[in-house]
Design a protein around this ligand. Structure first.
Ligand SMILES: *Cc1c(COP(=O)(O)O)cnc(C)c1O
Length: 440
């Protein structure tokens, strides 16, 4: 008998973010193909991709417009190194990202963690080029997530991901999170934002001489459990960073490209950051690509006759033409589908469908920002997340709670059947999971 794909995978593949022994009880699901919001496994079952495959997918899987662009690009130019060479897809994408963000000089990497590291390195190197090398440390928000390579872990405040590697990492300092759930005694989300900003002010007052940059996930700290905050925090953080001469890096890796209701999350605060990190949705969820954009001021500090003052960072696949073409096709889809406006209507339909979850007796802090929904579930189950995921899969739905926070971050193109399936199965899986409380 030939072994199943799952068994061969367990023998040959080390899966991410996984205690592999757990797979003894529940093997990985082998996906054969994907179409729109649906994943189809090798046994003929289908699952609605309620988390957009780790937040990367925007317009559904196998979108014909992106497929056509990739096929066309593959026939012309697969790859060329970007040092000393250039090509139309990387130029056009960089021009378009500059128009969309108001920043420029796009520097490319392959994943989100490298974008974080590029921004941090650029920031510290900027201060060095200005003759202020002491400004080499970073600050991040409590509960922040910016990737898991050794450099990015420095600003990722998630103990489970960081503890084992703490000796390898030069930890950044954390400043208070403006998470609106932290409201005390009648505080509004904007009040919480102001209180967190006061914590930032106190910290900057002491440490600005040695601080290069503050890095934030604007509006939603996703990996922290979809912790949402008022845009007032971003306005105050911008003003404080200006006052104390510290860069503001916005990590839009998860929240960019329409996720929070605007093209980029920080735009809802009307601020201009010094660096923007992009990845995940950048290619519509098809290929690994990341980019960092910055200001003329930062760029100018590197522009010199001296090689050592340049930004000498590189990745082999920097600016890969296929990935850039996928990104361009994704940006075209934003226009073709009028995605930002269409999502307003889609989000309202989903709000209606999610009403029973919002009102569920065990749910606290039902919340939404753009195309991100989250519910904190009160349960005595210590392994709620694992049990919920399993229950949801049984019902043909991919949702993976973060600790006790159930959330949905679906693709932007959902028909009525998908909307109803997502909401009804999410609720049913919650009941299935809570029913296990008495037996555990
Ligand atoms: C996912 C994520 C990253 C890291 O991206 P990878 O491609 O997984 O390295 C960084 N920042 C945020 C906010 C993210 O959500």
């Amino acid at each position: 008998m030939t072994q199943s794909l799952a068994a061969r995978s367990l023998a040959a593949v080390w899966h991410p973010c996984t205690q592999m022994k757990r797979h003894e009880a529940a093997p990985p699901i082998a996906i054969a193909r994907a179409q729109g919001p649906w994943l189809h496994d090798t046994e003929g079952r289908r699952y609605l991709d309620g988390v957009s495959s780790w937040w990367v997918n925007l317009f559904g899987h196998s979108h014909p417009h992106i497929q056509a662009a990739l096929t066309d690009q593959l026939a012309q130019l697969d790859h060329v190194m970007l040092a000393g060479f250039t090509h139309a897809p990387v130029v056009e994408l960089s021009e378009r990202l500059a128009t969309l963000t108001g920043l420029g000089h796009a520097f490319y990497g392959s994943d989100g963690a490298s974008a974080t590291e590029i921004a941090l390195k650029m920031s510290a190197h900027y201060w060095r080029n200005l003759g202020r090398p002491a400004k080499s440390r970073f600050a991040g928000l409590a509960g922040g997530y910016h990737g898991e390579t050794v450099g990015a872990l420095a600003v990722t405040d998630i103990p489970l991901f960081r503890e084992a590697y703490a000796p390898l990492v030069r930890l950044a300092d954390t400043v208070p999170s403006p998470d609106a759930r932290g409201a005390q005694g009648g505080e509004s989300p904007a009040d919480v934002a102001r209180r967190a900003a006061e914590g930032l002010r106190q910290w900057l007052e002491q440490h600005h001489e040695t601080t290069a940059a503050l890095i934030v996930e604007p509006l939603v700290q996703c990996a922290a459990g979809m912790a949402m905050h008022d845009p007032e925090y971003l306005r105050l953080a911008r003003a404080l960073c200006d006052r104390y001469e510290v860069h503001l890096v916005v990590d839009e890796i998860a929240v960019g490209f329409g996720r929070t209701g605007s093209m980029f999350a920080h735009q809802q605060a009307g601020i201009r950051p010094d660096f923007i990190c992009l990845s995940k949705g950048l290619t519509g969820g098809t290929l690994a690509l990341s980019a960092v954009l910055t200001t003329e001021t930062v760029y100018a500090a590197f522009y010199d006759d001296s090689v050592a003052r340049g930004f000498l960072h590189s990745h082999s696949y920097t600016g890969n033409p296929l990935a850039c073409r996928a990104a361009l096709a994704t940006l075209e889809l934003f226009e073709q589908t009028d995605a930002i406006n269409a999502n307003l209507a889609l989000a309202q339909r989903l709000d209606g469908a999610f009403a029973p979850l919002n009102q569920h007796a065990r749910v606290r802090h039902a919340r939404r920002q753009g195309m991100i929904w989250a519910w904190d579930v009160q349960t005595s189950l210590p392994d709620f997340s694992r049990r919920y995921s399993a229950a949801a899969l049984e019902r043909g739905l991919l949702l993976r709670p973060i600790s006790n926070t159930l959330y949905a971050m679906p693709p932007y193109l959902l028909d009525e059947e998908a909307v109803q399936h997502l909401a009804a199965s999410a609720l049913a899986a919650l009941e299935d999971t809570l029913a296990q409380e008495n037996h555990s």
